[in-house]
Design a protein. Structure first.
Length: 357
């Protein structure tokens, strides 16, 4: 399955070391002004080689739109786009052609399809997320007209983590450091730690948190189309994601219902909540409060140190991977989390338009 969404749909294609990554977007509303600089900036936030704590691969990641936009405005027709790959070092992966990297998809891809593109991970590479970021940037442009704003940020890297609620931080400052953490001092500790891990040839994981402001009441369905379930599915489709938690989630399991409940009150004629432990979603439907959730990312599976494994014939061997890999995916995962959130919300907003005639 390479298609995401219901009404707003993204179909992506391409491999890490193929000619290009691209996609086709169906169901994007007509009449939306397309800010090319904004879209390219979103890709720049995701691209490799942007700092000393990311992969050294150098790619411009310049998007070329092929259809669906005329004179800077969306036409309602399918939007086709492509980003050309220009800086592959395929020979770096020759020693992995017949060997399975521990905890990587090498083994499962081979068992499922009987063939795999070992160069950079092929289709399993996070380079595929370029298409998601383009789709997400377009969705953000549409959501901007509805007053919906999405901000993701790095909240934990290894043992270093934010110790306050997101409301205690200035989320406007996440781009002030290469880790994309709103706490500037903690961000430096995170960056130093990632750089140290990189020097060891190792990798580290962490958590990306996301906040949605301005989401209208009513997005999501009561049973199988719950909004939080859709967001969870979107996040769990991202490379290296191991967990999803919305609202207070696991954090409030020691509390009783009377303590955990979000109490309603009348705010000058508007029904509001005194707390937001629900994370902006109740009964699978958005309630108008901030939507917030956390996404756990595992350490990158490809480590640049010797590890025992087996080859395609089951023979035990030792692998020392080569190539250019992220020691921590968190900084580059932030715009991907935002993109998947934006596409999900736009899709559910359009679905909600079918509720009433």
């Amino acid at each position: 399955m390479n298609t995401f969404g219901n009404i707003f749909r993204l179909t992506s294609f391409g491999e890490s070391h193929g000619k290009a990554i691209g996609g086709v977007i169906d169901g994007f509303p007509a009449g939306i002004a397309i800010d090319m600089d904004f879209i390219q900036n979103e890709l720049a936030r995701r691209r490799p080689g942007q700092s000393a704590i990311t992969t050294a691969r150098k790619e411009a990641d310049a998007v070329e739109f092929l259809s669906g936009i005329y004179e800077g405005i969306s036409t309602g027709c399918p939007i086709g786009f492509v980003v050309w790959n220009t800086n592959q070092h395929s020979n770096d992966y020759d020693n992995m052609k017949e060997v399975f990297r521990p905890s990587h998809s090498d083994y499962t891809y081979t068992q499922k399809y009987g063939i795999r593109d070992h160069r950079g991970g092929g289709r399993s590479s996070a380079r595929e997320t370029i298409a998601r970021v383009v789709g997400g940037a377009l969705a953000k442009l549409a959501l901007r007209q509805l007053g919906i704003r999405i901000t993701a940020f790095t909240s934990q890297v290894g043992p270093f983590k934010l110790d306050k609620d997101y409301t205690a931080y200035d989320l406007e400052r996440i781009e002030d450091n290469p880790v994309r953490c709103p706490d500037q001092e903690l961000a430096k500790e995170m960056a130093d730690y990632i750089f140290k891990i990189k020097g060891e040839g190792n990798t580290i994981g962490g958590v990306v948190s996301c906040v949605v402001k301005g989401c209208p009441i009513g997005l999501g369905e009561p049973v199988f189309g719950k909004l939080h379930a859709a967001l969870g599915q979107a996040m769990l489709s991202i490379n290296a994601v191991k967990g999803f938690e919305y609202g207070r989630g696991f954090g409030d399991m020691e509390m009783k219902g009377s303590e955990q409940n979000d109490i309603f009150y009348n705010d000058n004629g508007h029904i509001r909540l005194r707390t937001n432990r629900s994370g902006g979603i109740q009964g699978g439907i958005s309630n108008g409060e901030d939507i917030y959730f956390r996404v756990a990312f595992k350490p990158v599976a490809t480590v640049l140190m010797e590890q025992p494994t087996v080859d395609i014939n089951g023979n035990e061997t030792i692998l020392k991977a080569r190539g250019r890999h992220d020691p921590c995916v968190l900084p580059r995962a932030v715009p991907i989390v935002e993109a998947m959130t934006a596409m999900t919300l736009l899709d559910f907003y359009l679905l909600n338009k079918t509720t009433h005639l």
